[in-house]
Write a protein that binds this ligand. Sequence first.
Ligand code: ARG
Ligand code: GLU
Length: 712
Amino acid sequence: MKKLLALIAAALMMAPTVCHADEGMWIPMLLGRNQAAMQKAGMHITAQDIYDINKASLKDAVLLFGGGCTGEFVSDEGLVLTNHHCGYSYIVKHSTVEHDYLTNGFWAMSREQEIPCPGLTVTRLVYMQDVTKEVLDGVNADMSESERETVIENNIKAVGDKAVEGTHYRYVIKPFYYGNQYFMYVNEVFTDVRLVGAPPSNIGKFGGDTDNWMWPRHTGDFSMFRVYVDGDNKPAAYSKDNVPYRPLKHLEISLKGVDEGDFTFVFGYPGTTRRYVTHDYVDMAANQENPVRIALRTIRLDHYNAAMRQSAGQRLKYASRVASIANGWKKWQGESLGIDRLHGVEQKIAQEEQFRKWAVDKPQYRDVLDQMEDNYAKLREVEMEWVYFSEAVLASDFMQRAYRLYRMMNLTGEQLEAAAAKMLDDSHKYFEDFEQHSPIDKSIFTECFIYMWSHGYAPYLNKKCSTAGDVEKLLNRYYDNNIINNPKKLEKLLTLPADKLHKKLIDELPAKDLDLIGVAYSYTYSSAKRQQYNDADDNIQRLMRTYIKGMMEQYPDSNFFPDANLTLRVAYGHVEGFKPKDATYYTAYSTIDGIMEKENPDVYDYRVEPRLKELWQKKDYGHYANKKGELPVAFIATNHTTGGNSGSPVLNADGQLVGINFDRCWEGTMSDLLFDPAYCRNISLDIRYCLFIIDKYAGARHLVDEMTLVEQ
Ligand code: ARG
Ligand code: GLU
C-alpha cells in the first residue's frame, strides 16, 4: 500500500497538470485558451469558428434538446438530429397499436406529416457572459452559507432580468468551480418542435440493454425533429401557421468519415461530473453506494427480466422501466470497477497529500482537507439511508403507490380532491393486470425490504421480527391486506369528500395501511438526520470552493476545466481503439457486418429488419460506404463526455459533422470522477449510417437532400 501511494505520488509530481490529455469539458467562450492544444491535436478551425457572438458560429447549431439531451441543426430549415433514446418518449407518445412508430419507425414524407410534440423544447445559446463580479457583489468571508446564498440569489435575479429585458430570451446563471465563478447563459427557447423521423426500434435500439454501455456497438441511435417558428423566425407556441425555423448556422456533414487517430470534438450539454472531489466521495461512491444500488437493482431486474421472457406483452410492459433501471445499474458497475482499477481512492489521497504539503504555510488552505474529512464522516453516517429509501423502500410499485397516498396527507380541499382523482384514475389502469403483475411486485417488495433489514437499515422491523423469515411473513401479510392493493376499498377511500379523506389520512391510515411507509419515511427523513446531512453537505460545498481555489494556485500553469453542469461545453480528443482487458484490443469502428454477426431471431435485442438485411446482402450502401466498401455504424474516441451529451454533434477537424454521440464504453464510466485515457471512450453513431438509414432504408431521401453534405 505504502509503495503504491509513493508510486502514485511520484506520477503526480511528474505531471502536476492534474488533468490528463483529452480530459476536460471546456467552456466555449473561453476556448481561446485551448485553441493551440486543439490545433496541435489536429483541428483546422479556430476557437472563434466554434463560439463567436458577432457572427454565426458552430454554437448556433447546437441545442439543448428537452431538459437533458443535446441536438443539432442539420439543415437551413430547422431540421434537428438527436438520439433515438432522447426522442424515445415522444416516439412512444405518438405510437398506437395501429401506428406503432416505436416498433416500425416513423418517417414524415411531407411537412404536413410532421407531428407536433407538446411540451418538448429546444434551447439555443444566444451568448454567455462571465458575471462573477456582479453575482458575488456584497458577498464577504464572514457570511454564513445561507446569507451568502441570499445575496447571490438576489444578484442573479437582478443581473439576469436586466439582460433579457425587452427581449424574448431567457437566462440561466450557474456557478462554476463550486461558486468561485458564475456564468450567465442567455438563451432562445423554441416551443414548437415536431417529430420528423425515427428508425424502427431494432435499428434505433439495436442491442438494447444487452449492448448498452458496451463496445462493439451497432445501435442506430438517432431520431429527427424540426423546429417551427412564427413569421419573424422567432419562437412561438404551436400553430399550424408556424413555419420551419431558419437557423443562423446548421452543420455541414462530412461523408469522409473518420479514421483511427483523427481529431474529433463533441459539442453539447454534459450534465454532471465530480472531477475535483476528495477521496471520501470517491470511496463513498465506489465502495459504499454503488454496491448497494447495484444489489437492489439486481433484485428488480431479475424479476422483470424473467417476466419479459414469458411473453411479448410482458416484454412491452416492462421494457422502458427495465431500460432506465438497467442504465444506472450497469454504469455503476463499470464505474466501481474503473475506480478500483485506477486505485482511485489512493490516487486522491496522494493528491491530497501534495495539497497538504503545499498548504502547510497557508492559513486559508491549511485545514481545508481536515475539515472536509470531518464533514464527510458526518455525511457518510446518514448518506446510505437515502440510498436505501430510493432503491429499496420505493423499489416496488406497491410502496411507490403507498408513498403517493401518504404524501396526500399534506393536501386539503380541491388540491386533495384532484390528487385523489388522479390516483384513482391511475389505479384503474394499475389493477387491469394486477393478477399478473402483483406476484412480481410483491417479490420485489419483500426481497428489497429483507435485504435492507438484513443490512441494518430497517431497524423499525426489529420490534416484530428476529429472522428474515419473520420479516417475510410480516411483509406478505402487509401486502395482501393493504388498501393500496384492494381496488374496491381504495376506490371508496379516494372518492370520499376531501375533508373525510383528509381525516382518514391523518388519523387512521398511518397506523394501518400506511404504517410501513410512514415508519420508513420518518426513519429516513428524521429531522436530526436531515439536519446532519444538510449541515455536512453545506460545509463540503463551501470547503470545495476553497479547495479548488487552492489547487488552482497550487498548479498555476494548469487549465482546470469546470465540472459539467448542463451548460454548453466542448470536449476534444481523437478516434482511438483501446485494450479493455488482457489479450483483447477493440478497434475504433464497427460496421453493418457486425449487425449481421449479432443477428439472432430468438433474442429480442438482436432481431434484424429484413429490409436492412437485404440492403446488406446487396451491399447497397450508396455513397455512405467507406473507402474499403464497408458501411460504418459507430466509432469510439477519447472525447470526455457524460450523461446529457447524448445527441451531441461529433465534429471533425474542419468542424463538420461526422457522428452523433450516444454512449460511453463501460470500462471507462468512472470518467465522471476520474478520467483515464487508456480506457475512457465515448461512443458515436457514424453519420454515414444515419444517412444510409434515412435515405436507403427508409426512402426519405428528401430529408438528406435538405442537408449540406460534403463528399471530400
Ligand atoms: N447508456 C446510454 C445513456 O446513458 C443510453 C441509455 C438508453 N438506452 C438503454 N438501453 N437503456 O444514456
Ligand atoms: N447515453 C447518455 C446520455 O443519455 C450518454 C452516455 C454517457 O453518460 O456518456 O446522455
